[in-house]
Design a binder for this molecule. Sequence first.
Ligand code: UDP
Ligand code: MG
Length: 344
Amino acid sequence: MERNKSNIGKEGKTENRKENETKRTRTNFPKKVAKAPLLSVVIPLYNEEKSIPELGSNLEVVLERISRGSYEVIFVDDGSTDNSRNEIRKLNQKNPRFHCISFRRNYGKSAALSVGFKAAKGKYVITMDADLQDDPEEIPNLLKKLNEGYDLVSGWKRQRFDPITKVIASRIFNFVTSIVSGIRLHDFNCGLKAYRNAVVKRLDVYGEMHRYLPVLAYWDGFSVTEIPVKHHPRKFGKTKFGAGRFLKGFLDLLTVIVVTRFMQRPLHFFGGIGTLMLLLGFFINLYLIIEWLMGKTYLSNRPLLLFGILLIIFGAQIISIGLLGEMNVKTISERIKYNIKERF
Ligand code: UDP
Ligand code: MG
């Protein structure tokens, strides 16, 4: 009994001490703990060791000038196997506003952005690539446009410094995306963008959805626009996306349509296509049956019969199966846990 009593007493004391400590901490450093920065810059990177020192110093100059020290830079190291993390550590040692979240393996640009977005505390969030192709001097221009009342301002690489094949393919990609999504942008996949904090907290970036961030935001109800930005040729290293990007990009466009416009009414999408096929198949077969009843010809002589049956079967399948899969992917995407190696 006695022992118990004394234990209780001790516990009580420890609690008191803890309380006092927190009180003291609160009074000593109230602002540092509570104040969120004005700007968060999120930079996904994969093996960009040579670019990082220059990027860091260029960014620092611009950010100090426009935010008077109220900023944070979050590098998301997407499983780099070169010296990138050490380069970022050097920046962090000189300026503690530079941070790093480092993945244990390469998850892709979308995953890196997603984790950076979750960590970003700033009122405004800027994203840019780490390869020096995006110009930090454009950040004030993006913010100015954002302050006109937009929720997302995307960069438009009007004059691009990329291989000609990539530029042409990208034009087609942007044209189709613009038609299908209903947003008139010239450049959806520019790394340089500015967001209000609320936008990045709502965006669900997984797979390779980073190509469609303006579409996702727009269909989530946010206002989206673009301004032309300066673009530079890649100075060090090489592009991380091969030719396969275009096929994947177009497949992802289908996903974007389904999960933005049709997520809550899947039957309008799949049901529409399926019903069309069903009806076409039905009328083809109806026509053949009438012909047969009138004794014109044997059905075994009509290849069209098979086509009609095929349409009916496909139509029914598209209606019933297609969207269930897509809905499942969307549901589990928020539960994917990334294996983070280190934060500093
Ligand atoms: N990136 C990444 N993870 C990847 C591939 C790329 O974080 O799996 C980063 C890359 O380091 C760069 C940005 O995404 O900072 C854009 O990549 P890249 O410059 O290769 O694309 P491009 O300019 O050719 O479209
Ligand atoms: Mg690049």
